[in-house]
Design a binder for this molecule. Sequence first.
Ligand SMILES: [Zn+2]
Length: 294
Amino acid sequence: MKTKKMKTLLCLLLSIVIIAPASASASASATNFTTTTTTTTINKYKEDDTNHDHQIFTKLAAKFWGLSDERIKNIALGAKMPDITQSGFSGNFNQQWSHGLLYGKNQKRMWGDADQDFEGNLMGNLSGNNEGWNHSSADIFYSKNDQKNGDWYIGYASHYIVDVTTPVHSTNPLLNRLDVLTHHFDFELWIANNLEGGHRLLDAAINDKEYYTITDPRKNLQDVAWKACYWNIENGYGKILWDLYKKDGYPTKENSGSPELVDNAKIMIVEAVRWARGTIKWGLDQYNQWADQY
Ligand SMILES: [Zn+2]
C-alpha cells in the first residue's frame, strides 16, 4: 500500500517534471514519424537535430573501436532515438519508465525498467516480452546479415545504460531527495553546456582508454544504476556528485560550478563512455560483426 502510494506520487511528479520539456523538444523532430516506420526511415534522422549528449558519447565510443565514419554515424543516430520514440505520454509513460531504474536505500528497486529495454534492444527479451524498439533487436538484424540495422540497435540500446550512469536516472527522489527530480533538467543542462564547451567534461573520457565488459546486459545495467544512485553509500559516486551539485546551487551555465563538482562529474562521464564502449564491443563480439559490411 505504501509502495503503491509512493509509486503513484512518483509517477505524477515524473510526468510533470520529465515529460513536458522532453515532449516539446521531440515533437518537432518527430512529426514525420510513425510507429510503422521502417528502420531505413529512422536512419534519416538528422544528426544535428539537437545537440544530443547520447550522440556525442556513442560517437566517442564507436571511434574507440576504430569503426568507419559511416558506422559511427549510424550507431550514434540509434543512440539518440529513444528520446524521440519514447517521448511523451504514449505507451504508459514510457520515457519516464524506460529511461530510468530508480533505486532506494539498500538497492531497493522503486521505479523503471531501463534494464529490460537495454536487454530487449540488444537481444530480444529473455523473459518473453521484447521491449526492443518495434519489437526487434540487434541480434535479429545481425542474424539476417543486416549489419546496418543491427549496429543501429546497438546504438539504440546503449542509450539506456548511459542514462542510468546519472544520479537523476537512478535515484528514488521520495526519500527526502526531491531535488533530484526538480533539478533533473538543470543537471542535464549543466552537463550539456559543459561537455564539449565550458569545463569540457568530455575530455576526461577522451583521455580515458578503458571500457567495461558487458557480461549480462540486464544485470550489468542494474549494477551501473546502483553505482550512480544517491543512496549507494558503499561504492557509489552519485551522493558525492549530487551533494556538490546542490552545494553549488544547481548550476546550469557554461563554466559554472566548483572544481570539485567538475572532478566528480568527470567520473560520471567516464563511466558513461566506458559502458557505451562495452555495449558496442559486446554486440560486435557476440554477433561476429567486426568486419565492416556497409
Ligand atoms: Zn533517455
